[in-house]
Design a protein around this ligand. Structure first.
Ligand SMILES: Cc1cc2nc3c(=O)[nH]c(=O)nc-3n(C[C@H](O)[C@H](O)[C@H](O)COP(=O)(O)OP(=O)(O)OC[C@H]3O[C@@H](n4cnc5c(N)ncnc54)[C@H](O)[C@@H]3O)c2cc1C
Length: 295
């Protein structure tokens, strides 16, 4: 399968890329690692006359630590994220998401911005972005805006990105002490497979009372977009972090938060059951990583 012909543009700055996007409009597509886009072009699922590559814009591939947050450039690859000390130390669930995505070859090309803009409900880095309360950084030639990642996804393959906007990165607040997170994905094979269910959880407890003070749970592959399990999160707040509480949160996530469908990868019932199991497991490991007792 050959790629159809197109004009290739390689701007060196974000400003030049934004100007090109504005000029070429609907006749241009943004290219990051190409692991989704080039496949779609080859299969003729989409067509375009112009590709604007973002790969040579250096600031888009940086991981920058600021005072209370870390900014991840949209073109940072899975391999870069996985080997970054600050990601390993502070954002373990992002690292797990990156390590689970595709093969070594794919992880060397695939970017976190591309994963978000592709907006698959099953995307491997998306639940982690949700539980770390990431802000998506969007720019056009006229404006810049930051929106909570929870508002970024609008449907399968759809995001709130405007026609002339580029996703430049994500800002993630650095999690506090006594907090931890974990991500688990379940597919039919161990790698290079679209997830059947993927879950990430973040937990913070008060060392004085021992109670849960922050809880964020995100579910993938069980709704039209990756979603937060709001009811399960609320139920866990103020609870003592222990197996029965995690099991109860899993039950609520399973019964009340997810909206799975049947497809050839799994039935809705199986997906629901797995939401319960993975929610409980991710919460237990998140608590352990927060310094709590191993359950
Ligand atoms: C063999 C194989 C295995 C895979 N396995 C997995 C897996 O296990 N888990 C998983 O989640 N995904 C998987 N994928 C899908 C893909 O690798 C990921 O979604 C990847 O993160 C996409 O990033 P990219 O940089 O390659 O995006 P691209 O293909 O370059 O772009 C994807 C889309 O996002 C748009 N875009 C990219 N960057 C920006 C930006 N900064 N601003 C605005 N729009 C932008 C593009 O225009 C395009 O529409 C796999 C793909 C392949 C081919």
């Amino acid at each position: 399968m050959l790629l159809p012909p197109f004009e290739f543009h390689e701007p060196l700055t974000i400003e030049d890329a934004l100007e090109l996007k504005k000029t070429l409009g609907e006749n241009a597509r943004l290219l990051a690692g190409g692991t989704d886009l080039l496949v779609h072009l080859k299969k003729k699922l989409i067509t375009t006359k112009n590709l604007i590559s973002l790969s040579r814009i250096k600031p888009l591939s940086l991981i920058t630590r600021e005072e209370d947050s870390v900014v991840i450039g949209a073109c940072t690859t899975m391999a870069q994220l996985s080997s970054s000390p600050v990601i390993q130390e502070k954002f373990a669930a992002i690292k797990s998401g990156c390590d689970n995505l595709g093969t070594h070859l794919i992880r060397n090309r695939a970017t976190i911005g591309g994963n978000a803009c592709n907006a698959s409900p099953a995307g491997d880095t998306l639940p982690a972005l949700l539980i770390y309360d990431a802000m998506a950084l969007l720019a056009s030639s006229d404006t810049k805006r930051e929106i909570p990642i929870a508002n970024f996804f609008t449907g399968p393959g759809k995001s709130c990105l405007g026609p002339n906007e580029i996703l430049t990165g994500f800002r993630l607040p650095i999690p506090g002490e006594n907090s931890g997170a974990h991500y688990i994905q379940l597919g039919k094979r161990k790698s290079s497979e679209i997830n059947v269910v993927n879950v990430a959880s973040f937990l913070e407890y008060d060392p004085g009372t021992g109670k849960v003070i922050t809880c964020r749970i995100a579910l993938g592959s069980v709704a039209a977009t990756p979603i937060r399990a709001g009811k399960a999160e609320t139920a866990l707040l103020g609870q003592t972090p222990e197996e029965t509480a995690f099991f109860a949160a899993g039950e609520i996530a399973r019964k009340e938060d997810c909206r799975p469908i049947d497809d050839f990868r799994g039935t809705a019932g199986y997906r629901q059951a797995m939401v319960g199991v993975l929610t409980k497991r991710t919460l237990a490991t998140a608590y352990e990583r927060a310094g709590g007792t191993s359950l």
